[in-house]
Design a protein around this ligand. Structure first.
Ligand code: ADP
Length: 482
């Protein structure tokens, strides 16, 4: 089950967060500082031009013969004073009492006339922002203070601000995108060994407890892999010991129980007392069940321990040998057995005795849980994989038991006296060993369908490579032809 917080715990997300958030924040901060500084320097140079214009006007002020202040500003001089063509320019000459002597009436009177240096301020003129510069001057012979105000709209400044903004922000944005991409790729690459490790573990057979080997293990991952391998090794040892114990116990039990069975058979034969005969029959039944259980335990222990490399195994041989052993039982119950199989060998990667055990357990159950005069179908189909299907007309398996019947010693509601609940546990163990897939479904009209899909088909004989399967029916109304 995946952790609900897994995405917030993901190493990749953590690294991205801790690397990208500071990088992006630093970029935003540096862009803001760079922009503010550049804007200030640009404003200072525009202010210097404005002051220059005020000084030029001061130089062209004089008094007429009546002592009245006049500005000698012919159009040519005005063109020089306006240092650019895209902004509106205003000027105004004001006496020390704040009265306008000449120039544009729209400008507001100067402020802070006690301060004698050049002073700049922003002002909203007819809904448009303007920058005003005022300087004091004197026009001899009078020592009275005269104030010169010049103002201009901010079009050129704002255009320059925009250019500065773009020239700083665009490269910074490109830098952020490139940095993010390289951080993302770096993290992805750095995490490749971890992804490989999880891929190796995920693709493993559930029974595979061999040590994990990762080529080019990074030093950060080595302790994890070492600890993992120690856990695998310890678990493997315990499992082997347990298997060995079961195998030994079953083996030890087999001899005395077989002897017991022989004695019971003998006692039944020589006994003449009917009351003793009934008891002996019960003992015989219990002994048979014990023999069956011991056999199953031995098979389970052998199957679990069977980790030899796979070899080509003929599915048809496994089906034929299982059917040959069980057909007698089916005939006794008047069950019709139908075989739809290719009439050429089909090989899967595995182990001969495992495959025979698998087919025989499924077939044995089908016969056991199908009532008298029922039918069983055994199909082997070859497409992209090899599929073995065993279908019966028994009472089927209730949904509530469909998972549990594969557990060891679990016996379903349809189980009858002879059985120990290990047959399907052995089947699922073999299925896992062969890397096959097992499916259980209901047969329409009643009954169970067990389907095993073997992906590792090794080869098939080309001699009779016919797409039509051979059909054989064995039953009370048919002659066995297999
Ligand atoms: P056993 O047959 O010894 O009880 P298995 O492990 O072979 O143990 O089967 C477990 C249970 O699954 C059985 O007890 C039975 O209830 C159910 N089962 C298995 N095969 C079939 C089948 N073909 N039809 C109906 N029930 C089945």
């Amino acid at each position: 089950m995946s952790n609900p917080n897994s995405s917030s715990l993901s190493i990749q997300n953590q690294l991205l967060k801790w690397l990208l958030v500071p990088v992006v924040s630093l970029c935003i901060l540096s862009t803001t500082i760079a922009y503010k500084l550049a804007e200030r320097y640009a404003d200072q140079s525009f202010d210097a031009f404005l002051l220059n214009s005020a000084d030029s006007i001061a130089a062209r002020l004089g008094r007429n013969e009546n002592g009245v202040v006049v500005a000698d500003l012919p159009p040519a001089a005005q063109a020089i004073i306006r240092h650019n063509g895209s902004d509106k320019f205003y000027y105004q000459i004001v006496d020390s009492a704040g009265r306008r002597l000449t120039g544009d009436a729209v400008l507001p009177p100067p402020r802070l006339m006690t301060f004698r240096g050049a002073k700049f301020r922003d002002f909203l003129l007819d809904g448009q922002r303007v920058r005003i510069c005022r300087i004091p001057t004197q026009i001899p012979p009078s020592a009275d203070e005269i104030w010169i105000q010049v103002a201009e709209t901010l079009n050129s400044r704002q255009r320059l601000h925009r250019q500065i903004f773009l020239s700083i922000v665009v490269p910074q944005l490109a830098l952020v995108v490139l940095a993010s991409l390289s951080v993302w790729f770096g993290i992805k690459r750095g995490l490749i060994p971890l992804t490989k490790l999880s891929g190796i573990l995920a693709s493993r057979n559930q029974l595979d407890l061999s040590p994990v080997v990762l080529e080019l293990t990074p030093p950060e991952l080595a302790p994890v892999i070492n600890s993992l391998n120690v856990v695998f090794l310890t678990a493997n040892k315990h499992i082997q010991l347990q298997r060995q114990f079961i195998a030994n116990a079953a083996h030890q039990l087999r001899t005395p129980v077989t002897a017991l069975k022989t004695y019971v058979d003998y006692a039944e034969r020589i006994n003449t007392d009917s009351s003793v005969g009934a008891v002996l029959e019960h003992i015989d039944e219990a002994t048979s069940r014990t023999v069956h259980l011991i056999q199953r335990l031995l098979v389970l222990a052998r199957t679990e321990g069977n980790r030899k490399g796979p070899e080509p195994v003929d599915m048809m041989a496994a089906v034929n040998s299982a059917a040959a052993v069980l057909v007698h039982e089916a005939l006794q119950k008047r069950i019709e057995m139908n075989f739809e199989t290719p009439d050429f060998p089909v090989y899967v990667a595995g182990n001969q005795s495992d495959l025979e055990e698998l087919v025989s357990n499924l077939l044995e159950n089908a016969i056991k849980y199908t009532p008298e005069a029922g039918s069983i179908w055994v199909k082997v189909e070859l497409s992209d994989a090899l599929v073995l299907t065993i279908e019966d007309t028994g009472q089927g398996i209730p949904d509530s038991e469909k998972e549990r019947i594969f557990e060891r010693f679990y016996r379903g509601s349809s189980s009858n006296g002879n059985g120990c609940g290990l047959g399907l546990a052995i089947v699922s163990e073999i299925v896992a060993t062969l890397e096959a897939a097992l499916e259980l479904s209901d047969r329409p009209g009643g009954g169970a369908v067990f389907r095993v899909k073997f992906p590792n088909v090794l080869k098939q004989a080309t001699v009779a490579n016919s797409p039509v399967n051979k059909s054989v029916a064995i039953g009370p109304d048919h002659n066995p032809q297999a």
